[in-house]
Write a protein that binds this ligand. Structure first.
Ligand code: ATP
Ligand code: ZN
Length: 286
């Protein structure tokens, strides 16, 4: 049988949909509707393993799967030594210290001697140690935000993305101590054949990720404004310029960073650009 790469992804939770979507946008199709444990893909030699996110680092470390998509927090907390091959930049969240309203928080030092409830004792302990703070982690596997109210902790260290859950439980976010997003992990000692497959997959992934933050614009411009327009657009290489029937005008096309898009748009309008057309880019290489 031909070699296939195997990937462990979260069966159901915050990472599931995005993980699948990213892989699908690489032209790899998988039928994950039935939520079976295992599935094969079409369009690429890739086998899927749908599991709980907590188990993903271990499965990759043990060779049950070659690669995995998991939150950086879960990976760091697992303690396994794997290769982080990509930061996938979704499912962003922060591990924050949160305290009750009457707690006068003035930095990590305020936690000296306190009980801090968390599901991430390894990460928390490392950060406390780096800051020379002695506190007692209280390990809970869920509902960290109720521990202060029930009296088993003085403060908590928990994952936050918006902060609403904290507020609902009478807590305030005091300080972010760690940031996480989804990462792709792999074993260090992968066989050459599998490594080659991983490289192919990463090349596709990079094209998808690069395109995600770009827009493609196309517009007509008075020819004498071309060099000004080119410096406004910036970007990877000089823009593509096509002559128009009207000799005073050219048609220009280029990729633009999404974050700068409106600034570029306004500047181009000021230079006299007309018929500006903006498109999403599906895939792209440098
Ligand atoms: P499983 O059943 O697979 O163990 P889980 O309940 O442990 O799932 P989820 O809640 O689905 O995990 O979260 C998965 C990951 O999503 C987290 O480990 C974290 O990296 C990320 N994440 C993003 N935002 C948040 C948030 N507000 N709270 C918790 N995790 C978040
Ligand atoms: Zn989990």
């Amino acid at each position: 049988m031909d070699t296939a790469l195997s990937i462990a992804i979260q069966k159901s939770g915050r990472l599931s949909e995005k993980s699948l979507e990213m892989i699908r946008s690489c032209g790899i199709d998988v039928n994950a509707d039935s939520r079976v444990l295992k599935a094969s893909a079409s369009g690429f030699p890739l086998d899927f393993l749908f599991v709980r996110d907590d188990d993903i680092p271990q499965y990759v470390a043990d060779g049950v799967a070659d690669i995995g998509i998991v939150g950086r927090n879960e990976y760091d907390e697992s303690g396994f030594d794997l290769e982080i091959v990509r930061d996938l930049k979704f499912a962003s969240c922060r591990l924050s210290i949160a305290v009750p309203h009457d707690f006068e928080y003035k930095g990590l030092k305020s936690l000296e001697g306190k009980r801090i409830a968390t599901s991430y004792p390894r990460i928390l302990t490392r950060i406390l140690k780096e800051n020379g703070v002695n506190a007692e982690p209280v390990v809970v596997s869920g509902s960290v935000e109720i521990t202060v109210e029930v009296g088993i902790a003085d403060a908590i260290a928990d994952l936050v993305s918006t902060g609403t859950t904290l507020k609902m439980n009478g807590l305030e976010e005091a300080e972010c101590i760690y940031r996480s997003s989804a990462i792709m992990i792999a074993r260090h000692d992968m066989k050459a054949e599998k490594k080659a497959l991983l490289e192919r997959l990463l090349e596709r992934l990079d094209a998808v990720m690069l395109a995600r933050h770009k827009k493609y614009i196309l517009f007509n411009l008075p020819k004498d404004k071309l060099s000004q327009a080119a410096s406004v657009i910036g970007g990877m290489k000089s823009p593509t310029v096509t002559p128009l029937m009207d000799e005073g005008w050219v048609s220009v096309q280029s990729a633009v960073d999404e974050g700068r898009f409106w600034a570029v748009f306004e500047e181009l309008r000021r230079l006299g650009a007309e018929g500006i057309l903006v498109m999403n880019i599906e895939k792209m290489t440098e």
